[in-house]
Design a protein around this ligand. Structure first.
Ligand code: GRF
Length: 205
């Protein structure tokens, strides 16, 4: 099996990127680190990538005439580095159908809620405000919709009575750092099969 090249799109803190990259560097996921592209200049993720001696780029969406031109620049770079899997880890922009088509079933995202509940932004706050007793996080492939693509893994997290949005988000994030690397690993070991909107998993154990 050919070793997969994993690249990242980010916009901010980069804790999920870090959790995945550390496992690749440690050899716990047999894959190669590709590149990291940030849509913001001061993303903490860029510093983390530097620390890993990884190629990283700030591609300013504002410097392109259209969203498609911005995405074309990203696709060119991702292809130049032979990317097999794109991980969107806190990437705060919606990808257009052009980008999705270029990398169909090869873009993996994490959403901080149990999809299809609470899609879109501020998912933790949406769940908190709704008063649900259980929320969590979901890894999924990206399709043309907003957080609608085939679901890979989910982890449930209880909402406690004394929770704040911050404490709840922190508890969810801990699970994100567990299921996101696991989902990437399954992809890299060819354990995921997509049939319609379902993802079948051949366990690694
Ligand atoms: C995470 O909560 C993730 O679920 C959401 O954006 C946040 C990114 O955090 N999509 P980080 O940049 O990975 O620390």
């Amino acid at each position: 099996m050919k070793q997969k090249v994993v690249s990242f799109l980010v916009s901010g803190r980069g804790s999920n990127f870090k959790a995945i990259a550390e496992k690749i560097i440690a050899g716990e996921i047999n894959a190669e680190l590709g590149i990291l592209i940030s849509s913001t200049k001061d993303a903490k993720a860029l510093d983390i990538a530097n620390g890993f001696k990884m190629e990283s780029f700030f591609i300013d969406p504002a410097s392109f005439a259209s969203r498609k031109d911005h995405e074309k620049a990203m696709v060119n770079l991702l292809k130049k580095y032979n990317t097999d899997l794109i991980v969107t880890a806190g990437y705060m922009r919606v990808l257009t159908p052009f980008f999705v088509k270029e990398y169909r079933n090869k873009i993996m995202n994490i959403h901080p809620a149990l999809l299809p509940s609470f899609p879109g932004t501020n998912a933790q706050k949406q769940a908190f405000d709704k008063g649900v007793k259980m929320t969590g996080c979901t890894t999924h492939f990206i399709d043309e919709g907003t957080d609608t693509g085939p679901i890979i893994m989910q982890a449930a997290v209880p909402v406690l009575e004394n929770d704040t949005i911050e404490s709840l988000s922190a508890r969810i994030l801990k699970e994100e750092h567990r299921i996101f690397p696991e989902s990437v690993k399954l992809f890299c070991y060819d354990r995921l099969t997509i049939i319609g909107n379902k993802v079948l998993i051949k366990s690694l154990q």
